[in-house]
Every structure is written in structure tokens, then in C-alpha cells.
Design a binder for this molecule. Structure first.
Ligand code: C2O
Ligand code: CU
Length: 465
């Protein structure tokens, strides 16, 4: 069972990090947990509230907690050595959190994220809108974390003390966990409308979530509503991305929650649909968000003008020859689904891979990048995921709470449906333009959210005055 904690404004909450043994399949796996469970407790708060979270680290490694997607005060952002010292084993830290935007967020460690997150340290945050009419009415909701873990002989495949292993492709798991379980099941009634808050907490894996047999209406993204609600057959979620979907079950029986790749269908869980519930006629209508519609009206000049910054995503594999570009093998959608990776590429995951973000205007790489913005700026950033890399791959790009962004265009094609985001997927070879609304002062991070890429250096910090 997943736990949910409802926090009132000014509440104090204790979050304890410690080892657990978790039953997965037939095995007892040593893992790490927030308050004893994987996922940790879902925090439910009202927009505009502030709470204090007292973290105690009873694990054997330094850690911090990052509140992914929240535009909070910089010193509570959880970046070790930048916004705070690491929390040592036995140590504590108090985070003051402000929840200014409605939507779906999550928390996880920001130190050896490849280790902590894989070991089980992650949990959702649902920020209820101040105005209840913000979301369409539903009967109830469920938060769902999507994860995978890499197990071998009943153990987590070990982690390297000195740095992330699987640095090239990231750590794809071989066991999928939905809300921490291999056998996720839930009940629903015919006609009922259930809101799913979906979070991808995997280190590397992209999920394409489908619910054949139910109807799925996409209503929200990382940070609040979509410009235009839409009925969809699946939802693509890169690591750390979120989606809010309203689901209606139209007939009784079993409805599978699926992850679909071009190669195969994975069962993530299932809903048993029985009995009947009164239904909301409003489910059939598709709403638009007035704020985002208004923004689109004024977007012309932003679409036309040159980007203020351009970042290139590249890999270098020292000592490797530059010949095995595997993009001929990808499934055609620019996503390296684990099951479509050539065997050779999977087996030889060189740990000496260097992942780089390069400022195309200055040539500065990773931590050398020095950007300074002013709160109130609107910055157009072009993200270029080149195929001419030693190891082309997809990268989910995440910007910390300096602001929030809109995806403007992909490969020059204007994004049809706007939403406030903090993470965007760059498929292999893709160029994505984003518009970052800078709001919060401080020194903030931006990085690839494949945990192994991030921990291999694919990150930088920028200043907001
Ligand atoms: Cu979800 Cu810098 O992280
Ligand atoms: Cu990456």
C-alpha cells in the first residue's frame, strides 16, 4: 500500500531515510526507503501553502532531498555542495517547502541519484489547486509511480562507489515496479472517472502508458493543466516527467495498465472493473486553459526569434572508435527503448563515457557553463541532441526551480499543446526549443535526468539575480 500524507499550511513533517528489506517477486531485496515504504509517502498539499520537512538520514550514504519541479527558495533545493551541505549518515536537515503551482511533483535524492533513486528513494507530491474548478470533476484519484530495478540473483546489481555504472546507456531495470509492486492492482466501477497522477521515477527508462479498454483524457503535465485537454491512446513519460490523466472505465472486466514499446507490451498492473457508478457527463467535454491560450496568442515573436542560448548534448567515449552509431537500429521514434537496443551496445556499456552539455556560443562544457539571468526574464533555449555523438541517445532535460518553461517547437514544428514543464524529452537527433520563464533568484541546476548521465557530468548551474 502506498501512504498518503495530507499536510496543512505550516505543518511540520518528519521524513526518515533508512534501509528496508522489500519483497520483490520471491526475494527480499535490501533497499532504501522514505518512512519505510517504496515509494515513500505521497505528500498532498494545497496550492499556496508552506510546510517544513525534517529529514533524518539513517542510511549509510550522504544524501539530500530534491523537491523536483517546485519553485521554492533556492537554499531548500537539495543540491549538495551548492544549496546545502550533504546530509551525512545520522544527520538531519530541515526543508521549508512552498507549493506555489498546482500539479504533480516528486522528491528524490540529489547525491548519487543513480544509487538512491534506484534503491527506492522517491515519492510523489500532489499540489491541489487553490481553485477546485481548476481540474475537471472526478470520482477519485490515484498516484502511480513507474519504476524499474535491475536485479540479479535476488539482489540489486551492485553500484560502483566511485561513480555510476551503466554510464553510457543508463541503468535499465529488468523488473518493473508500479507503486513499488510487481503486481499492481486497483478496483474501479463502470462509468467511474478516476484521475491518475503518473510519475516516471525510473533512472533511465521511458514509459509509454496505455490503458486499452478504458478511455484516457490527458489533462495535465508536469506543472498544471494542458492548454487543450485531449483523449489519448497512450502517454509518453521520460524519466522525471509527469502526466495527469482522467480515466473512465466503460465496461466491466479487467483493464491492463500497460507499457508499450515498438517491440513489446509490458504489463504494469491492472484494474478490476465491476459494479456501476454515476458518471460525470463533463468527462466527454474537452476544456482549454485560458492562461495558456492567451500565451499562445502572443507567442509569434518568440517562435520567430533566434534563441538566446543553445545547448548541445554530446557523448564522448575516450578510447573508443567513432563508428558504432547505433541510430540505424532505433525503432524510428528516436527513443532508445531498452528492448530495441542492439545486444552489442547493451553488453558493452563503457563506464568511461563522458556526457556533455555544451554551450554552443562559448564552447563551455558542463560546470564551465556560466549563464546569468534576471528574475522576470523570458529566455529562449535551443536544445540540440546531436546524432553526431559517439553514442547518440535520448535525454530528458530538467531545469530546477529557477522558473518553469514551455516547449515551443520540436525540429522546427510548433508544439501543438502548451503546458508548464520542468522536464522535456529530447529524442535522438532532435532539436527542441523551450521558453524559460525565470522567476526565482539563486544558483540553480539544469541537467539530463537519466541518473547515470547526470552523475557522469551532464549538468551545469546558472545564476538568477
Ligand atoms: Cu529530479 Cu536535479 O532533479
Ligand atoms: Cu542523458
Amino acid at each position: 500500500m502506498t501512504q498518503t500524507v495530507s499536510l496543512e499550511p505550516e505543518d511540520e513533517f518528519d521524513l526518515h531515510i533508512g534501509p528496508i528489506r522489500k519483497r520483490i517477486g520471491g526475494d527480499e531485496i535490501p533497499m532504501l526507503a522514505y518512512n519505510g515504504s517504496v515509494p515513500g509517502p505521497t505528500l498532498r498539499v494545497r496550492q499556496g501553502s508552506e510546510v517544513t520537512v525534517h529529514v533524518t538520514n539513517d542510511s549509510d550514504a550522504d544524501t539530500t532531498v530534491h523537491w523536483h519541479g517546485l519553485r521554492l527558495e533556492n537554499r531548500f533545493d537539495g543540491v549538495p555542495g551548492q544549496t546545502q551541505p550533504p546530509i551525512p549518515p545520522g544527520g538531519t536537515f530541515a526543508y521549508r517547502l512552498r507549493f506555489g503551482d498546482p500539479g504533480l511533483y516528486w522528491y528524490h535524492p540529489h547525491l548519487r541519484e543513480d544509487y538512491g533513486q534506484e534503491m527506492g528513494l522517491y515519492a510523489p507530491i500532489v499540489v491541489e489547486p487553490a481553485n477546485a474548478a481548476y481540474w475537471p470533476p472526478v470520482d477519485r484519484d490515484l498516484t502511480i509511480t513507474l519504476d524499474d530495478v535491475l536485479l540479479e540473483d535476488g539482489q540489486m546489481v551492485p553500484f560502483d562507489r566511485s561513480g555510476p555504472n551503466f554510464a553510457a546507456m543508463g541503468r535499465f531495470g529488468n523488473v518493473l515496479l508500479t507503486n513499488g509492486e510487481t503486481t499492481f492492482t486497483a478496483r474501479a466501477a463502470v462509468g467511474e472517472v478516476v484521475r491518475l497522477y503518473l510519475v516516471n521515477t525510473a533512472n533511465t527508462r521511458i514509459f509509454r502508458v496505455a490503458l486499452p479498454g478504458a478511455r484516457m483524457k490527458l489533462v495535465g503535465s508536469d506543472s498544471g493543466r494542458y492548454e487543450q485537454e485531449a483523449f489519448v491512446s497512450s502517454v509518453l513519460l521520460a524519466p522525471s516527467e509527469r502526466a495527469v490523466v482522467d480515466v473512465r472505465f466503460d465496461s466491466p472486466g479487467q483493464v491492463g495498465l500497460e507499457h508499450r514499446t515498438p517491440e513489446r507490451v509490458y504489463e504494469l498492473g491492472s484494474f478490476s472493473v465491476a459494479g456501476a457508478a454515476a458518471s460525470f457527463a463533463s468527462f466527454e467535454s474537452l476544456r482549454t486553459d485560458p492562461e495558456l491560450t492567451e500565451i499562445r496568442r502572443g507567442l509569434g515573436p518568440q517562435l520567430e526569434r533566434e534563441p538566446d542560448k543553445t545547448l548541445t548534448f554530446v557523448a564522448e567515449m575516450p578510447g573508443m572508435h567513432h563508428h558504432h552509431h547505433h541510430h540505424d537500429h532505433d525503432a524510428g521514434d528516436g527513443i532508445e527503448w531498452e528492448d530495441t537496443m542492439p545486444e552489442m551496445n547493451r553488453a558493452s556499456d563503457p563506464s568511461n563515457t563522458v556526457w556533455k552539455l555544451v554551450d554552443a556560443d562559448t564552447g563551455a562544457e558542463n560546470h564551465q557553463i556560466a549563464w546569468t539571468f534576471t528574475a522576470g526574464d523570458t529566455v529562449k533555449i535551443r536544445l540540440v541532441n546531436t546524432r553526431e555523438s559517439d553514442h547518440p541517445m535520448h535525454h530528458p532535460f530538467h531545469v530546477h526551480g529557477a522558473g518553469r518553461f514551455l516547449v515551443l517547437a520540436r525540429d522546427g514544428v510548433i508544439e501543438p499543446n502548451l503546458a508548464w514543464k520542468d522536464t522535456v524529452l529530447l529524442r535522438t537527433g532532435e532539436t527542441v526549443d523551450i521558453l524559460l520563464h525565470v522567476t526565482n533568484p539563486g544558483r540553480w541546476m539544469a541537467h539530463c535526468h537519466i541518473a547515470e548521465h547526470h552523475e557522469s557530468g551532464m549538468m551545469f548551474s546558472f545564476d538568477v539575480r
